[in-house]
Design a protein around this ligand. Structure first.
Ligand SMILES: Cc1ncc(COP(=O)(O)O)c(C=O)c1O
Length: 337
């Protein structure tokens, strides 16, 4: 779960009930979520694009199960969709997918502009199904800036540059432009996914649809530290690939995640894959332990002319442990290395 939900629960003293993940199922199971609903539940939140794996939760099924429970109990529990990433993906790539106000219980949706809205950080929004779904008492009206200004946010003054940037992107790209960008991201994610699978070293746990990201684990290896080591090795090539453990119930799984944005095209994906292969070779080499060291006693024969190199003869060879050292024994013509 994204940390914003934990913050919300703590700051507003709301009891958070989380559906635990299980092996092979990395999103909320709608059946389990609806089972947890009671008469005090203020809403069920579904995530369109899990932060951990990019997978879309099944909002349609959640809506149907919850509608049945509401009918049975005469409660009125609504759904909020956290579409931070998916809100800018689903409309372009999966227009038939019902996750939004087409479902009657979805009352509000949040989306981040700074993810797949393609602007820089600091802009996002929440929309309500109807005016009545946002209680009036939560809206403050101020007039000291020259006109009536309704304000709902927790913070107050904010720059407008992100909004201008978002508006610019809407005008510049339009529906077709966003669709092309999202299709391209998906294509790059596919290249990445296939390349990682081809190494034979990883299991990809993200789905082929959803957010264009690839989340992967080391195949058949329980040692979670390997993912952190790979992440550290990739950093040396300039890639910041987060490695993290999965939440409760799946803490034993360590995952690496690459989120594909519009500037991550196929050439970059190929370059990334070649760096992964190099980083893997380094890990393999390190796993074999230190390279065995030999002590060689050599004799340098004098060069007979200025053009000729001195001759080298190995006179003794012994395996050593400890540090490699270079020192000269017996004058200038013999060395140990
Ligand atoms: C599912 C989900 N919800 C909420 C957020 C927070 O969004 P923002 O960064 O726009 O505050 C994120 C960001 O990572 C997210 O993945």
């Amino acid at each position: 779960m994204q940390v914003c939900w934990e913050k919300f629960a703590r700051y507003f003293e709301v009891e958070l009930k989380e559906v635990k993940l299980s092996e092979g199922c990395y999103v909320m199971d709608p059946d389990k979520a609806v089972e947890m609903v009671d008469e005090n539940t203020i809403c069920v939140a579904a995530i369109l694009g899990s932060t951990l794996t990019g997978e879309f939760e099944d909002v349609k099924r959640l809506n149907d199960l919850l509608a049945a429970k509401n009918k049975r109990t005469r409660w009125d529990t609504p759904i909020h969709v956290d579409a931070a990433s998916g809100g800018f993906i689903a409309p372009f790539l999966y227009p038939e997918l019902e996750w939004d106000f087409r479902l009657p219980l979805v009352k509000s949706i949040n989306v981040s502009g700074h993810k797949y809205g393609l602007v820089y950080p600091g802009v996002g929004w929440v929309i309500w199904r109807n005016k009545e779904d946002l209680p009036d008492e939560l809206i403050f009206h101020i007039n000291y800036l020259g006109a009536d200004q309704p304000t709902f946010t927790l913070n107050f003054s904010k720059g407008s540059s992100q909004i201008i940037a978002q508006y610019y992107q809407f005008l510049r790209l339009g529906f077709e432009g966003y669709k092309n960008v999202m299709e391209n991201c998906m294509e790059s994610a596919r290249t990445l996914r296939e390349g990682l699978l081809r190494t034979g070293r990883f299991d990809v746990i993200s789905k082929e649809d959803g957010v264009p990201l690839v989340a992967f684990t080391f195949r058949g290896i329980r040692d979670g530290s390997l993912a952190f080591k790979l992440s550290a090795n990739l950093r040396r090539f300039g890639w910041i690939v987060p490695a993290y453990t999965m939440p409760a119930n799946l803490e034993h799984m360590t995952v690496l995640r690459v989120v594909v944005r519009e500037d991550f095209g196929r050439p970059l994906a190929e370059r990334f894959l070649s760096h992964v292969r190099m980083a893997l070779s380094e890990l393999d080499l390190a796993a074999k332990g230190p390279v065995p060291k030999m002590r060689l006693t050599i004799e340098l024969g004098p060069a007979r002319s200025a053009e000729e190199e001195a001759s080298v003869r190995v006179v003794k060879r012994e395996a050593v442990s400890g540090h490699r050292s270079v020192s000269l024994v017996s004058g200038k013509t013999k060395g140990v290395c």
